[in-house]
Design a binder for this molecule. Structure first.
Ligand code: HEM
Length: 429
C-alpha cells in the first residue's frame, strides 16, 4: 500500500489538462498499488483484482451514511468527495444496499432484460436513421450532437414516458447532475458549482413530481405509468423512491451511452483503425467485439465509489469500516496483469472489463446500451461514406467520472439513404 502525504497524484485527475488522455496518469496511480490519501479515510483502488473484489464484496456499501467522514463538499472532498448526500435522489437503487436495492431493482428490471430490449431494435434503427437523414439534409455531421446524444435520450424518454419536447431543459439538468458524480473541489468555485447542482437536482425532481401528477390521471403504456401503479397499489415503492428512480433512469439511460457511441467511433476513426470501421458495416458480428473493446479501452464511467460498512482486507491494503473507496475502473481496465498490451485497442480480446461494474449493482441498462451502440455504429458505418475527423484536438466534456467527447465534427463524401433489409429505401420519419 502507498500512503500519499501529498495526494497530488489523485488530485490531478481533476485537472482539466488530463481530460484529453487520463490513461498515463491512471498507469502511474496503478503502479503505486492501493493508495490511502494522507491521513484521510479515503482509499483509491486501480488494480483490476482489487476493484473486482470490492465490487463483489457485500461489505462495500453504496449507502453514504456508512462513511466515517461527512459526504459533502468539505476539505477532504477536495480530493475524493461526492455530493451525493446533499442531493435528494439517493432513494434510488444506485444508492441502496439490499434488501431495498433488491426490491427497487426488481421493479424495473423486467423492462431492461435482453429479450425485451431486443424488441426495441426497429425503433432504435428508425431513430438512428432519422438522425442520419437530418445530417444528410444539412450536409454536416457532428457525431456526438447529431447521433450519439439524440439516440439514447430519445429512447430513454420514450421508454419512461417523458415528453421529448422537454429535452433542452432535461439536458441542462442532466449535464449539471452528471458533474455531481465527480470528486469535487472545496474551493469557492467548487462550492458555487455545488449549489448549482443541488438546484438542478431539485428542479429535475420537481419536474418529475409534475409529470407524475399528470400521468396519474392519464396512465399510458410507459415505465412511468408502471412505476406509478406500483406506488399506488402496493407498498413496494415510496413516492420518494418513484421520483428518484425516474431521475436515475433518465440520467443513467443516456449520459453514459452517448459516450460509448462517441468513444467507439473515435477509436475507429483514428489512423490505423479505419479498416475496422469498414468491417463494422460489412460484418455485424464484429460490432459486438468492437463495442466490448471500447468499453474496456475508454469506458464511459471511469470511477465508481463505495463505503466500507465492515472492514475489508485486500492483498495490499486493509480498508477500515467507514472508509471511502474510490475504484478507478478505467485504470483497472488497462491493468497489464490482466490485459496484454493494455494500451492497444484490440477487439479480439473478449469482454473481461469492468465498464458496467460487477456484482449486485451491475449496470441494469447494459443490454440497452449495447444494442443502441450496435445499431448506431452499424448504421453509421454503412451509410456515412469516407468519414474523417474534422478537428485536430478533441474537446472532451468537462466531467471526470463520465468520459466522452463534447463534439466530434466529421467530414464525409456522402450519407447514403436508409435501406430496409430488402434493399429498398426507408421512408423518412
Ligand atoms: C455504455 C453505457 C453504460 C455504462 C458504461 C454504464 C455503467 C454503469 C455502471 C459502471 C454501473 C454500476 C455503478 C456502481 O456499481 O456503483 C451502472 C449502474 C446502473 N446503470 Fe448503467 N451504464 C450504461 C448505460 C445504462 C443505461 C442505458 C441504463 C438504462 C436505464 C443504465 C442504468 C443503470 C442503472 C439503473 C444502474 C444502477 C444499477 C443498480 O444499482 O443495481 N445504464 N451503470
Amino acid at each position: 500500500m502507498t500512503t500519499t502525504p501529498n495526494p497530488g497524484i489523485f488530485a490531478s485527475l481533476l485537472d482539466p489538462a488530463q481530460r484529453a488522455d487520463p490513461y498515463p496518469l491512471y498507469a502511474q496511480i496503478r503502479e503505486q498499488g492501493p493508495i490511502r490519501l494522507g491521513n484521510t479515510p479515503v482509499v483509491v483502488l486501480s488494480a483490476y483484482r482489487d476493484c473486482a473484489a470490492v465490487l463483489r464484496d457485500r461489505a462495500a456499501s453504496v449507502e453514504r451514511h456508512h462513511a466515517s467522514i461527512p459526504m459533502g463538499p468539505t476539505p477532504v472532498h477536495d480530493l475524493a468527495g461526492t455530493l451525493s448526500s446533499e442531493l435528494s435522489g439517493t432513494a434510488s437503487m444506485l444508492f441502496r444496499d439490499p434488501p431495498d436495492h433488491t426490491r427497487l431493482r426488481r421493479l424495473v428490471a423486467k423492462a431492461f432484460t435482453p429479450t425485451v430490449v431486443r424488441g426495441l431494435e426497429p425503433r432504435i434503427t428508425a431513430i438512428t436513421d432519422a438522425a442520419l437523414d437530418r445530417a444528410a439534409e444539412r450536409g454536416e455531421l457532428d457525431l456526438v450532437q447529431d447521433l450519439a446524444y439524440p439516440l439514447p435520450i430519445t429512447v430513454i424518454c420514450e421508454l419512461l414516458g417523458v415528453p421529448l419536447r422537454d429535452e433542452p431543459q432535461l439536458r441542462r439538468w442532466s449535464t449539471l447532475l452528471a458533474r455531481a458524480l465527480d470528486p469535487v473541489s472545496a474551493t469557492t468555485a467548487g462550492r458555487t458549482e455545488a449549489t448549482t447542482m443541488v438546484r438542478a437536482n431539485n428542479e429535475l425532481h420537481e419536474y418529475f413530481e409534475q409529470l407524475v401528477r399528470h400521468r396519474r390521471t392519464r396512465p399510458s403504456n410507459d415505465l412511468l405509468s408502471a412505476l406509478i401503479a406500483a406506488e399506488e397499489s402496493t407498498d413496494t415503492l415510496t413516492h420518494d423512491e418513484l421520483i428518484s428512480t425516474c431521475a436515475l433512469l433518465l440520467i443513467a439511460g443516456h449520459e453514459t451511452t452517448v459516450n460509448l457511441i462517441a468513444n467507439t467511433a473515435l477509436a475507429l476513426l483514428r489512423p490505423g483503425h479505419r479498416h475496422q470501421l469498414a468491417d463494422l458495416g460489412a460484418a455485424p458480428a464484429f460490432t459486438g467485439a468492437v463495442i466490448e473493446e471500447s468499453l474496456r479501452y475508454d469506458p464511459p464511467v471511469q470511477l465508481v465509489p463505495r463505503i466500507a460498512r465492515d472492514a475489508i482486507t485486500l492483498p495490499n491494503i486493509d480498508i477500515a469500516t467507514g472508509d471511502l473507496i474510490v475504484m478507478l475502473i478505467a485504470a483497472a481496465n488497462r491493468d497489464p496483469d490482466v490485459f496484454t498490451e493494455p494500451d492497444r485497442y484490440d477487439p479480439a480480446r473478449g469482454d473481461r472489463h469492468l465498464a458496467f461494474g460487477l456484482g449486485q449493482h451491475f449496470c441494469l441498462g447494459a443490454p440497452l446500451a449495447r444494442l443502441e451502440a450496435t445499431v448506431a455504429l452499424t448504421r453509421f458505418a454503412r451509410r456515412v461514406h469516407n468519414p474523417r475527423l474534422a478537428c485536430g484536438q478533441i474537446a472532451y466534456r468537462e466531467h471526470v467520472t463520465l468520459r466522452g467527447p463534447a463534439r466530434l465534427p466529421l467530414t464525409f463524401t456522402s450519407i447514403a439513404p436508409a435501406t430496409r433489409p430488402d434493399g429498398h429505401a426507408e421512408p423518412a420519419l
